[in-house]
Design a protein around this ligand. Structure first.
Ligand code: ME8
Length: 629
């Protein structure tokens, strides 16, 4: 029986810019997928690379007075050098300027031409060099003559070119997408493409005359033209497998997963399947599409100076914390926002307080109560079994998450299980049982907790390979190779673990502007967005300083319908006793987060000016829980 295979690809990145967070995210996600499939026993293959031809690359080289070949060599090398620094395990790195690639592009073009799906025609249209495509009047009706994405003026171009009969494959493509839910996901992108296919597709110009652009792969049937860069680029996914004869192609192509962001959906969901169909090659199996990263709420761009360098981030926070954060933070398919503040919050809550803390507690107790040897699990109680079942449920849920690339929600589930294990230890109180002489039971509790940790170590290994190898090493285990039977034999020597995830500190950037000058107003938001915020009047019932920081107060507040705890960064401005009885305004529906290990369910509002902060309140008595609108 043939083994299970899995082939995953990133887009091949343009070499006219330095690699940044966006490129790192897609590539880390692919790396995570391949590592999970490895653990599930698949024979996997992982491809990334660079996209080096086209008018845009040519133009950037000319503008910077560089020889184009020299520029693409240098910039491709930057991508190649980046990946090992992010612990990316790609098997191959393809460059479209390689001969192994152009050979395949030409073979497929020739076959398509021979089949009659490429023809010559004269065409005039508006072209965006940065998108490398023509725009129809309909697509630019908002601002005629300008690119809807780049907002730059379109160039009017009229010339003879070769066209691919995209229109011929429209019905076939619709049927392909409709009949197979696995093909294109998440659903919003599937719907977007199906909506696009309701209007007739135009045939696609797939050549550029050599006199206008020589930087491309010559058409095999007419050397006065080079290949349109998108036709060339998409073929990389096959040329890297050595199409048509290499065994790799036979083995991996049927199990292809392409991962992209939504910016290049049309090329991958419409052009690529049709190019393949016309060349009589089976389509890929899955296309997975993620959203767009913004940085502190703003579009990442050179002109704003907020482009995130992944290596800098990995050095600052730790590579595995960075990998975990990007995979956990972005809901796959939606846009995500990158901010140091949320990275620190996730690290401190989910990694330091939950997972790291569990490891320290368990290994310390095995040292103290079991002479440092992994105890045996005997006579498990209902509570033990329920907890262990949580781990098995996670393993069962994994394939579904991999299929849909919902790593973010899988990680949330793992975190939940870790939280439950911490709670289990607190409830089972092995220290009290040890005092009472129940040593067998203490052993079982610690054996259960160890199994949970080892399971979590396996399940988080693809995301955080270095730190999870350390976690497993504490239990005397090597690198995980499968998810079957993750439990080590009783008696394994356990090392007290050093803290795996130190607490990180986020320091609010100081405003460089003079104190009296107000900060600039943030970008506009829609009314609907504002309406999501639930502001309420609350009364402070209790207040006390949080130990080991001079910034935080722990408050118990009355919200009318409930009492809850919030942790507020106002200790430098208000003493605890000044807070009690005060009425404040709080954001009542903010997702809870942990500060210094304490859960904060909401946030209070204060006005700030430089070094001072003043609490906002109702300015008259109102019942607790009153809405602020
Ligand atoms: O489009 N958020 O290359 P490219 C999330 N060469 N992902 C982002 C991102 C962001 N802000 N910015 C970039 C090309 N990406 C073509 C691809 S494939 C046959 C040819 C990631 O360098 C994301 O994966 O512009 C996106 O699809 C890709 O980089 C675009 O890379």
């Amino acid at each position: 029986m043939p083994g299970k295979t899995y082939y995953v690809t990133t887009p091949i990145y343009y070499v006219n810019a330095d690699p940044h967070l966006g490129h790192a995210y897609t590539t880390i996600m692919c790396d995570i997928l391949r590592r999970y499939y490895d653990l599930l026993g698949y024979d996997t293959y992982f491809l990334t690379g660079t996209d080096e031809y086209g008018q845009n690359i040519m133009r950037v080289a000319q503008q910077s007075n560089r020889d184009v070949k020299e520029m693409v060599d240098a910039n491709s090398a930057k991508f190649r050098a980046l990946w090992p620094q992010l612990n990316i395990t790609n098997d191959d790195f393809i460059r479209t300027t390689e001969e192994r690639h152009s050979r395949v592009v030409q073979a497929i073009l020739q076959r398509t031409y021979d089949n009659g799906d490429i023809y010559m025609a004269e065409y005039g249209g508006n072209y965006c060099v940065r998108c490398e495509r023509f725009y129809t009047d309909k697509e630019t009706e908002q601002k005629p003559g300008f690119c809807p994405i780049h907002e730059t003026e379109l160039e009017h171009i009229k010339e003879k070119n070769y066209f691919f009969r995209l229109s011929k494959y429209q019905d076939w493509l619709r049927e392909r997408i409709e009949s197979d839910r696995q093909f294109l996901a998440p659903n919003q992108f599937r719907n977007e493409v199906l909506a696009l296919l309701r209007d007739p597709l135009d045939d696609l110009c797939i050549s550029r005359p050599v006199e206008r652009l020589h930087w491309g792969i010559p058409l095999p049937f007419d050397d006065k033209f080079v290949t349109y860069v998108w036709y060339d680029a998409l073929v990389n996914y096959m040329s890297a497998l050595g199409y048509p004869d290499d065994e790799k192609f036979q083995k991996y192509w049927p199990e292809t997963t392409h991962m992209i962001a939504k910016d290049i959906l049309r090329q991958h969901a419409v052009y690529w399947p049709c190019f393949l169909k016309a060349a009589e090659i089976p389509t890929f199996k899955r296309l997975r599409v993620h959203g767009w990263w913004t940085v502190e709420g703003k579009k990442m761009s050179k002109s704003l100076g907020n482009v995130i360098d992944p290596v800098e981030e990995a050095n600052k926070w730790g590579l595995d914390v960075f990998r975990y954060f990007v995979a956990r933070e972005m809901t796959f398919g939606s846009d995500g926002d990158y901010s140091a503040k949320s990275l620190v919050a996730r690290n401190n809550a989910e990694l330091a307080d939950d997972l790291g803390n569990l490891l320290s507690r368990v290994t310390a107790m095995v040292g103290k109560y079991c002479e440092g040897a992994l105890p045996a699990l005997s006579e498990p109680t209902d509570a033990d079994q329920t907890l262990l079942r949580g781990l098995n449920d996670l393993i069962d849920a994994l394939p579904g998450h991999l299929e849909n690339c919902t790593i973010h929600s899988f990680l949330a589930k793992v975190n939940q299980v870790v939280t439950l294990t911490n709670r289990y230890i607190t409830e089972q109180a092995p220290w009290a049982k040890f005092k009472a002489g129940e040593t067998d039971r203490v052993g079982t509790i610690l054996a259960v907790a160890s199994q949970m940790l080892i399971g979590a170590g396996h399940l988080l290994y693809p995301v955080m390979p270095e730190r999870m190898a350390e976690l497993l090493e504490a239990f005397g285990l090597g690198q995980p190779e499968s998810l079957e039977n993750t439990a080590p034999p009783a008696g394994n020597k356990i090392q007290p673990a050093k803290p795996l995830f130190p607490q990180l500190e986020y320091i609010e950037p100081t405003l460089e502007a003079p104190e009296s000058q107000a900060a600039p107003v943030k970008p506009e938001i829609a009314f609907e967005d504002f309406a999501k915020v639930d502001l309420r009047i609350a009364t402070v019932l209790e207040a006390e300083p949080v130990p080991k920081t001079d910034k935080l107060l722990r408050l118990t507040i009355d919200l009318g319908m409930e009492k809850r705890q919030i942790v507020a960064g106002i200790a430098q401005f208000y003493k605890a006793e000044e807070m009690i009885g005060r009425q404040i305004v709080v954001v009542a529906n903010l997702a809870p987060r942990k500060l210094r290990g304490l859960e904060s369910k909401g946030m209070l509002l204060a006005g700030r000016d430089g070094e001072t902060a003043i609490l906002l309140g109702p300015g008259g008595d109102l019942p607790a829980g009153s809405e602020v609108s």
